[in-house]
Design a protein around this ligand. Structure first.
Ligand SMILES: Cc1cc2nc3c(=O)[nH]c(=O)nc-3n(C[C@H](O)[C@H](O)[C@H](O)COP(=O)(O)OP(=O)(O)OC[C@H]3O[C@@H](n4cnc5c(N)ncnc54)[C@H](O)[C@@H]3O)c2cc1C
Length: 394
């Protein structure tokens, strides 16, 4: 049993950092979150949550907030060819039939993750720039001159992580050649749009995704298209709605109709990284996109960061400050292969979605068969394995 509770510093107040703070506090640890931005916030776009992470949010008491702010995606979810010809249903449950898949507005998500934390846990305006450590503790230095000391530091500072180089030599992100246009349309502008489903249309080199947010009041769309020039990875580069409309001109009239209502859109150039062989150095470890940025073609980046957070909290709850570095290595060992397989799966699925894997009949057959992969992905419960890893350390 722990001799005293661990004191943990999390650098990065995004989805991964804020969920992890909730999970660590639920296990009785002392936590501070340091976010570079002057206030917490997120862009106007959606994120898809799946049973493998919703199960963990329920465990730390966030289940009612997920139900309240999310929009449940049900069995009418479907893949279509670009012209609207149906291909296959989309797997929206785990193997037991549990339907815990939700569209969530990123801003709602960050708001309720932060609201669930005790006052004083989150420190905005703190950009972590370095991490030093000795045998007993670690220190994060911030650009504002402050220093925070903790038993453990978690770098949850996203794909551009400034703490990653303190763990592993710098490397370049890998550009996928694809850009995602993302945005939302209020339901009142499109009152007939069905809000109980996730729908995707697939064409050569492009695909288009729509799912509901905020209890079905907001329609979220993502249009994936080839990039003409390598664009800077960014969360919020404004896009041109007319260019977006041109990209999908001649597709299913449902898409053209929805895009006719778009007034504002944002573009993301999609990058990932090769799986990293090391996430941890002494008392510093990485989590979420800092450890394993992935392409969005399985909708798993945020879901995997939640699995990371729950695994880490479960293992750390059974350790003490002296043994914390061994506990961090156990977390890394538990997570690295699972996450690498999801990173690879997201790349493969992107090729499938963009119809780059062979003839269309084969692509359609692959999509039907993909339900098996999704069930396995959604069935995963990180907690029993994390408990076993923690017991093995004791
Ligand atoms: C087009 C697109 C669609 C996606 N769709 C989905 C989806 O449907 N489902 C899904 O699960 N995932 C999806 N993702 C992936 C998901 O958004 C990310 O994996 C997830 O947000 C990662 O969370 P994070 O907390 O690790 O990083 P981030 O969300 O990037 O958060 C990092 C935080 O750290 C802060 N920060 C950065 N540097 C510092 C610093 N030096 N010091 C302090 N703070 C710092 C940032 O300001 C930010 O708040 C999608 C991604 C893209 C690009």
């Amino acid at each position: 049993m722990a001799e005293r509770r661990l004191n943990v510093a999390i650098v990065g107040g995004g989805i991964g950092g804020l969920f992890t703070a909730n999970a660590l506090i639920a296990k009785g640890m002392t936590v501070s979150v340091y976010e570079q931005a002057p206030e917490l916030g997120e862009v106007g776009a959606g994120v898809y949550l799946t049973p493998n992470s919703v199960r963990q949010m329920q465990r730390v008491g966030l289940g009612p907030a997920v139900e309240k702010w999310g929009a449940r995606v049900g069995p009418a979810s479907h893949y279509f060819r670009h012209d609207g010809t149906p291909i296959a249903p989309v797997q929206v449950t785990d193997s037991s039939g549990w339907n815990a898949t939700f569209g969530m507005h990123r801003a709602d998500f960050v708001d309720f993750l932060a609201a669930a934390l005790p006052a004083g846990v989150v420190h905005t305006g703190h950009r972590g720039i370095a991490c030093e450590q000795d045998g007993d503790s670690a220190r994060v230095k911030f650009a504002n001159g402050e220093v925070a000391q903790a038993d453990i530091v978690i770098g949850a500072d996203g794909i551009h992580s400034e703490l990653r180089p303190f763990v592993y030599p710098p490397s370049n992100p890998v550009f996928s050649g694809t850009v995602a246009y993302r945005g939302t349309v209020p339901l009142e502008r499109m009152p007939d749009w069905p809000m109980d489903r996730w729908q995707m249309w697939l064409g050569k080199g492009k695909h288009f995704l729509v799912f509901p947010l905020r209890a079905g009041k907001i329609i979220n769309y993502v249009g994936f298209v080839p990039a003409d020039a390598e664009m800077k990875e960014s969360w919020s580069a404004p896009g041109d709605p007319d260019m977006l409309r041109r990209e999908f001109a001649g597709w299913d009239p449902r898409i053209e109709n929805l895009l006719s209502k778009v007034e504002k859109t944002f573009r993301w150039a999609l990058y990932d990284r090769e799986p990293m062989p090391v996430w941890t150095k002494g008392r510093l470890t990485l989590l979420g996109d800092a450890a394993h940025p992935m392409l969005p073609h399985l909708g798993q980046g945020a879901n995997q960061s939640i699995e990371d957070g729950m695994a880490l909290a479960t293992i750390l709850s059974r350790t003490n400050p002296k043994n914390a570095p061994a506990a961090l290595l156990a977390y890394e060992a538990l997570r690295r292969e699972r996450v690498a397989s999801v990173q690879r799966g997201a790349r493969e699925n992107g090729l499938r979605y963009d119809s780059m894997t062979g003839d269309l009949n084969k692509r359609d057959a692959d999509l039907r068969a993909h339900a098996t992969f999704r069930k396995k992905l959604y069935d995963h419960d990180v907690v029993p394995d994390a408990e076993a890893a923690a017991l093995a350390l004791a």
